[in-house]
Design a protein around this ligand. Structure first.
Ligand SMILES: Cc1cc2nc3c(=O)[nH]c(=O)nc-3n(C[C@H](O)[C@H](O)[C@H](O)COP(=O)(O)O)c2cc1C
Length: 210
């Protein structure tokens, strides 16, 4: 997706700053998320924030998290899909950080105009995550709480970046196309060369075999 600037991007004159909130409780055993994060962590304008590393006891520092959000324009939630949802720390993060009067309500505007999306890996296949498939719903439908939370906070919600069939990868070389795609999505958002309105309407930012 590329092309015309949207109403969300008109005010952008310089590069967007991107914050990746990484939530993987056992990153040392990860085969996909670790490679994805390694593929983008050197990108200029990208900050990687490993939540389980920072808060192993889930004792989230709300002010620090809010400050980080203020300093970035794009907020990425990167995580494995756990029980059709996210690992627990992201729920705790939402419950504590997205305070009433700061993130939403009472004309709160801290996050207004920012862009957000989920970058996730799932064991299930694209064919399973559809109406009539084993998992009945698409990933985009299942992450509706993220979409509605973003909307309540005045953020623009983009389609998810999904790696399906994450347990069926035979080796690291199979992950490479996803590493490249993730990098190019982040570069496109950073440099404002990706059409965010089209990305908001899409089913995926990237999904299925590249
Ligand atoms: C506790 C737990 C719950 C999981 N729930 C789901 C699920 O609901 N749907 C799914 O497709 N995969 C599920 N999985 C599989 C993970 O999504 C998969 O292991 C992960 O995406 C692989 O990424 P990684 O190599 O970075 O760990 C689950 C895995 C664990 C450990």
């Amino acid at each position: 997706v590329s092309g015309a600037p949207s109403r969300y991007t008109e005010r952008v004159t310089s590069q967007r700053q991107i914050l990746i909130l990484l939530a993987h409780p056992t990153l040392e055993r990860s085969r996909i998320n670790r490679r994805l994060i390694d593929a983008v962590s050197d990108l200029k304008g990208v900050t990687v924030h490993d939540l389980y590393e920072t808060y192993p006891a889930l004792n989230i520092n709300v002010r620090r998290e809010q400050q980080m959000l203020l300093e970035h324009d794009v907020i990425v939630f990167q995580h494995p899909f756990y029980w059709y949802s996210t690992p627990a720390i992201l729920k705790e993060w939402q419950d504590l950080v997205l305070e009433h009067g700061w993130a939403y309500g009472n004309n709160a505007s801290a996050l207004r105009g920012k862009i957000t999306f989920n970058a996730l890996t799932a064991a299930g296949t694209l064919d399973a995550y559809r109406e009539g498939g084993a998992n009945r719903y698409s990933i985009r439908q299942l992450i509706a709480p993220y979409e509605l939370t973003a909307r309540l906070c005045g953020m623009q919600f983009l389609a998810p970046f999904v790696v399906y069939g994450a347990l069926a990868f035979s080796g690291p070389s199979e992950v490479v196309p996803y590493e490249k795609a993730y990098r190019s999505v982040l570069e496109g958002l950073r440099d404002n060369t990706l059409d965010v309105d089209a990305a908001a309407r899409a089913k995926h930012l990237h999904g299925g075999p590249a």
